[in-house]
Ligand binder design. Structure first.
Ligand code: CMC
Length: 440
């Protein structure tokens, strides 16, 4: 990782009558940070930054995101080029290993993904004990942390700190291979069908689709258009720098827990409707609009009303103040997929109308609120047969290589230390215990 620091540049801070100097840190794309590592030592003060809106938690070389210009690159490669030319497994390799694979590296990686794709038979029994309508995200998170009991390849008390590079490679590849089996099994469980095992002759996405949709009485035909769409969706979700779930992975990982525990925390964070859970909320919102006769203005007005908790799901982003580049690709893929599969989804027209209204509305214009990655993805998932409660699981499948890359990078960082923010205490000052009989 490049140091990203210019020792001759400083920012000054006037505080309590004297001036302190803090070094500037410049990224490779000229992003600027003020390194305040010594702030408390020098001033006794801390920073207060709700939502970490102004705080860089680390230096990272995984993903470059420029929200003003709508740029997203993995390891320097524009996401548009990757979505057009690459497959998800190649992008996963790129994120985890930092470079595009050669042919033999790709072949080896794919072979390992197949070899590790089964889950321990005892783990299979876990699925049976969930209630019928358990959400697959809850199952996914629990199953991923359970992997640490079945595959304790980590040395030194299961901690990430004692793992060799080779052990890290095995653990991360194992997780990438098994997560799609777990995801497909959780779906089969939710519909009460028998599990379909992974097949060594199928590639990553094909294998997943087969485990989802084949059954003892139905031989699922893998459609190359569906495979292409799935590859694009997974690639577009593969990383997004220090978002809420990646930060959860890094934060939990910073305690030294094993990989599976850290990723499980990321899955739980992703589930939230303000994060990856928004893809399910978007479809539920569009369905509700359809049921109620398509009064879109009513929902636009609700979203603008500060006394109403409703938000337009699939709109807005902490970092993008311009069109989310992922949403642009997903929107056009959505048209392609529906056309090629000969499907007509009335929700697409509702979504298009809603977008048009919002983008012409002063409230959304002034705040720079555009469709995000979750706005159109659900319509593609519906078209390829993925049920609503699996949408966020699909996001997790895609995001896994990013979480792994972020986790690996944090443990390799020379400045790795446990993450432990400060606070500004605003509670009562010292007071003394009063016996219950004397309390008013
Ligand atoms: N509908 C209505 N108003 C909105 C929305 C929305 N979807 N998003 C933001 N705003 C308003 C917000 O109320 C605020 O208004 P004001 O300045 O008057 O207080 C202003 O826009 C700025 O928003 P913010 O709350 O400061 O934005 P944030 O960075 O804290 O939150 C967000 C980002 C994504 C959580 C938020 O935009 C949101 O809740 N969107 C809907 C949920 C959603 O689609 N989430 C998926 C995000 S993309 C996938 C991922 O990577 O997680």
């Amino acid at each position: 990782m490049s140091e990203g620091q210019n020792n001759n540049e400083y920012a000054g801070l006037q505080f309590d009558g004297y001036e302190c100097q803090f070094p500037l840190v410049r990224g490779t794309e000229n992003e600027t940070g003020i390194d305040i590592s010594k702030l408390r030592k020098e001033t006794g003060a801390v920073t207060l930054d709700y939502g970490y809106v102004n705080t860089a938690a680390c230096r990272s070389s995984v993903t470059y995101l420029n929200g003003e210009q709508g740029i997203l690159r993995y390891r320097g490669y524009p996401v548009e080029e990757l979505a057009e030319n690459s497959r998800f497994v190649e992008v996963a390799y790129l994120l985890v290993h930092g470079k595009l694979p050669t042919e033999s590296e790709q072949e080896h990686f794919s072979t390992l993904l197949n070899e590790y794709s089964m889950i321990h038979e005892d783990m299979r029994h876990f699925f049976y004990n969930y209630p019928e309508h358990a959400h697959p995200m809850g199952i996914l998170s629990a199953m991923v942390v359970s992997l640490s009991s079945f595959y304790p390849e980590m040395s030194q008390g299961n901690s990430q700190l004692g793992m060799s590079e080779e052990e890290v490679d095995v653990a991360t590849t194992r997780l990438l291979a098994k997560i799609r089996t777990i995801a497909a099994f959780s779906y089969k469980k939710s519909i009460g069908e028998p599990f379909v095992y992974p097949r060594h002759d199928l590639k990553y996405c094909e294998n997943f689709l087969n485990m989802m949709f084949s059954s003892p009485v139905y031989d699922y035909q893998i459609d190359p258009e569906v495979v292409k769409a799935l590859n694009i969706l997974l690639i577009l979700h593969a990383d997004h720098e220090q978002n809420c779930s990646a930060s959860a992975v890094r934060l939990v990982g910073s305690a030294g827990v094993n990989l599976y525990a850290a990723i499980s925390a990321g899955i739980s964070a992703l589930w939230g409707p303000l994060h990856g859970g928004a893809n399910q909320s978007v479809i539920q919102m569009l369905e509700q609009m359809q049921r109620e006769g398509g009064d879109l203005q009513k929902y636009i007005d609700k979203a603008k009303d500060k006394s109403d908790p409703f938000r337009l799901y699939g709109f807005g982003h902490r970092v993008y103040k311009n069109y989310d580049p992922r949403a642009k690709i997903i929107k056009s893929t959505c048209h392609d997929v529906l056309e090629k599969l000969g499907k007509d989804d009335p929700l697409l027209q509702i979504a298009l109308d809603l977008e048009e209204r919002a983008l012409n509305d002063e409230y959304f214009i002034r705040r720079g609120l555009y469709p995000n990655v979750d706005f159109y993805s659900g319509i593609i998932y519906r078209a390829i047969g993925i049920p609503e409660n699996m949408f966020t699981v699909m996001f997790a499948l895609g995001r896994l290589p990013g979480w792994i890359a972020q986790w690996k990078e944090s443990r390799e960082d020379p400045q790795f230390r446990i993450q432990r923010p400060r606070q500004i205490y605003v509670g009562p000052n010292l007071r003394h215990y009063v016996p219950m009989s004397e309390r008013e």
